[in-house]
Design a protein around this ligand. Structure first.
Ligand SMILES: NC(=O)c1ccc[n+]([C@@H]2O[C@H](COP(=O)([O-])OP(=O)(O)OC[C@H]3O[C@@H](n4cnc5c(N)ncnc54)[C@H](O)[C@@H]3O)[C@@H](O)[C@H]2O)c1
Ligand SMILES: [Zn+2]
Length: 395
């Protein structure tokens, strides 16, 4: 039986309210230098008179690369003891997807938060890459239904994307980000100095997200990325910082003004290139970095758009060129892997739809800075786009 047109239950209370969110996203340097106030402010800005219990969690990959960091956090807290108090020694979490793949790590965080008697006004300070921020964010969001989270992203990708937004997540049951929440942070502190030890491969991967927001939202920024691609590919600090700030700004603006901060609709323009990217990450068992997979996914969807007559060949050329000049590969053998007689990557479309909810909505470019949504992709055209990427790569 289908619903009668115009049906409305006899007794309904239409419950409706809105909740405002605000959080500062700061760009700075040397946040742990003792005389710097920024981090103390980020923790205490809402009640500056009070001393705030802080539980610090640090990405083990970051603390391996910067072995003095834990001691610096402890010294900083001692110096700013009027505003904050470390309630335990900094807690290390494995870096990268390992942080999101093992639910036991989240259980240990909950246990540690319980032992430290964190209340909802205490602060969890998460320092690390996007994966650690996602996992710690999830643990904080689900402790007492939400403990304050201050993020200090330490990779290009987390400073320009993952760390500034409103999502937390874990991987599970074969899918990226299967578990998670929409929970805005309490504050974000992007310290450019944290990037000093980031491997070049990671910096380049993070730049893929900058190319993405340029392509979807800001053709001028895209042109700037083209002009600076070689320097960005070497992770030179001045252009890198500028790219990070602009990319973060565009993400923040999309969350605040895009009309769907918690992604209840099916449209996800900033997930351009991500249907294939998420599947590639899973197929490679996370051997491919998120940003690297996004670069491949964007090139694939750009070629698809060109083959479908939506995008000009010259715009396609600009897109693949800028990604390659940054140092990103645009083909991976797993793109051509088959499962049950079909390209395995295509399973990513179904998973993407499930993740969005509702109908499949894939963003395709019509130009640099302009796009449209489609609700299906032609498998033969996807295969042709993959063949083109493979031939170009000489694979
Ligand atoms: N929540 C969101 O909105 C959102 C958005 C985009 C991506 N993500 C997620 O972010 C994750 C990717 O994050 P990422 O690209 O930041 O990589 P990552 O978190 O996987 O970190 C990459 C590696 O760098 C190490 N590392 C971190 N900082 C370092 C530093 N300064 N020096 C040396 N090593 C350092 C880590 O230990 C890890 O080994 C993915 O899980 C992705 O799904 C989340
Ligand atoms: Zn992404």
């Amino acid at each position: 039986m289908s619903l009668r047109t115009g049906f409305y239950p006899a007794r309904v209370h239409e419950q409706r309210f809105t909740v405002g969110f605000e959080y500062p996203v700061v760009f700075c340097r040397a946040a742990f230098r003792l005389e710097e106030q920024t981090l103390a402010w980020a923790i205490a800005h809402r009640e500056p008179e009070r001393r705030h219990p802080v539980y610090a969690v640090i990405d083990a990959g970051l603390s391996d690369a910067q072995p003095e960091l834990k001691a610096r956090i402890v010294a900083y807290a001692a110096e700013h003891s009027a505003s904050l108090e470390l309630v335990a020694a900094p807690h290390e979490l494995p870096g990268g997807e390992a942080a999101k793949n093992d639910p036991e790590l989240v259980r240990k965080l909950w246990q540690a938060f319980a032992r430290a008697r964190l209340d909802r006004h205490a602060v969890v300070l998460a320092i690390g890459g996007g994966a650690v921020l996602d996992a710690v964010g999830f643990a904080a969001a689900t402790t007492h239904r939400g403990v304050r989270l201050v993020r200090m992203p330490s990779t290009v990708l987390s400073q320009n994307d993952a760390g500034v937004g409103v999502k937390t997540s874990l991987n599970g049951f074969g899918a990226k980000n299967f578990v998670g929440t929409f929970t805005p942070p309490f504050a974000v502190v992007n310290d450019a100095d944290l990037l000093a030890t980031l491997p070049l491969r990671e910096a380049r991967a993070g730049l893929a997200e900058a190319v993405k927001v340029g392509l979807i939202r800001d053709s001028e920024f895209f042109a700037w990325l083209e002009a600076n691609a070689a320097a960005l590919g070497r992770a030179e600090s001045a252009p890198l910082e500028r790219a990070i700030q602009r990319c973060a700004e565009l993400h923040l603006r999309h969350i605040a003004s895009g009309g769907d901060p918690f992604e209840s609709g099916s449209k996800r323009p900033l997930d351009y290139g991500h249907w294939a990217a998420h599947k590639l990450e899973t197929l490679s068992e996370h051997g491919i970095r998120h940003g690297e997979a996004v670069a491949i996914g964007m090139a694939l969807d750009a070629k698809y758009a060109e083959l479908s007559g939506l995008l000009s060949t010259s715009a396609l050329g600009r897109i693949v060129n800028v990604l390659e000049r940054i140092g990103l590969a645009l083909y991976h053998p797993l793109l051509s892997a088959e499962s049950e007689g079909r390209l395995a990557i295509l399973q990513g479309l179904q998973e993407f739809r499930e993740h969005l909810g509702g109908t499949l909505t894939v963003t395709l470019l019509t130009d640099v800075g302009a796009s449209r949504e489609v609700s299906e992709l032609d498998e033969r055209v996807v295969a042709a786009a993959i063949a083109w990427l493979r031939d170009r790569a000489g694979a």
